[in-house]
Design a protein around this ligand. Structure first.
Ligand code: ADP
Ligand code: MG
Length: 248
């Protein structure tokens, strides 16, 4: 019988390595993201009122809910861009709430890729320069980063557009550049906030299919906020936020 070292999250905050027979790897699932009892208010407005969820490695989860329900707030907290008032977040076995700001930005740069509705590409840089920036910040070698960017952009069908500025690209191309930028440091987790919100329906469908192709290839975990019910339904699991909690 084959044995191997498995990383197992027994319960939130406790991640252990076990020697397990291969068989048990089918039974034991490792949670890539664990969120426990997150509360968040802005002044008098209680936006998140005790959100708990677990997301498995290489799972694609969509989050839906009315405008103002707190989807972006939750995504930002899961992505360490914002802090919860209370509660607990574990990503890839590491507790991230409570880390210092410096440690959090290092962690984020290595482990989490973001894709937003508005791509936030830097207009004065070319597509490939935009993709490389997080790699340079991480301190990777220039050549390795550029080679990796070219490879990713090839997978995303962007090879003919490497040296174009964002203003010279279509909405769909800009969003694919933003995805390549999110993937450059091989993060385990991709958080996408209305990634197709600004695209026509064909490009939106293409973009969502792309997430599935990338998951097959790179095995990242995806959390995708979308108001598009058809696209949300394509996910492995759909979570709905209402009145500050997840109702399913
Ligand atoms: P969603 O993404 O589901 O549309 P958000 O998470 O952006 O909703 O916002 C949830 C609620 O919190 C909204 O009522 C919004 O106005 C409010 N909100 C979000 N961010 C802030 C902030 N920085 N300051 C004050 N209120 C905020
Ligand atoms: Mg939002």
């Amino acid at each position: 019988m084959q044995f191997r070292l498995s990383k197992v999250s027994l319960c939130p905050g406790i991640t252990k390595y076990f020697r397990t027979p291969d068989f048990y790897n089918f039974v034991v699932s490792f949670f890539m993201i664990v969120v426990r009892d997150i509360h968040k208010s802005f002044g008098e407005l209680n936006v998140l009122k005790g959100i708990s969820l677990e997301i498995r490695e290489a799972e694609i989860v969509s989050i839906v809910g009315a405008s103002g329900a707190g989807k972006s707030t939750l995504l930002h907290i899961m992505g360490t861009l914002d802090k919860a008032d209370s509660g607990f977040i574990e990503i890839d076995g590491a507790r991230v709430d409570g880390l210092s700001d410096k440690k959090i930005s290092e962690f984020r740069n290595k482990h989490i890729g973001f894709v937003f509705q508005f791509h936030h590409l830097l207009p004065e840089f070319t597509a490939i320069e935009n993709v490389c920036i997080p790699g340079f910040i991480k301190g990777g070698s220039r050549k390795e980063t550029v080679d990796k960017a070219k490879e990713l952009m090839d997978i995303l069908g962007l090879t003919p557009r490497l040296n174009h500025k964002p203003s010279e690209l279509s909405g769909g191309e800009q969003q694919r550049v933003a995805i390549a930028r999110a993937l450059i440091n091989d993060p385990g987790v991709i958080l996408a906030d209305e990634p197709s919100g600004n695209l026509d329906s064909n490009s939106a469908m293409e973009l969502h299919k792309l997430f599935f192709r990338l998951r097959e290839q790179f095995r990242q975990t995806y959390v995708i906020v979308t108001h598009n019910t058809e696209l949300a339904g394509m996910a492995d699991r759909k979570l709905t936020i209402r009145d500050g909690v997840i109702i399913n």
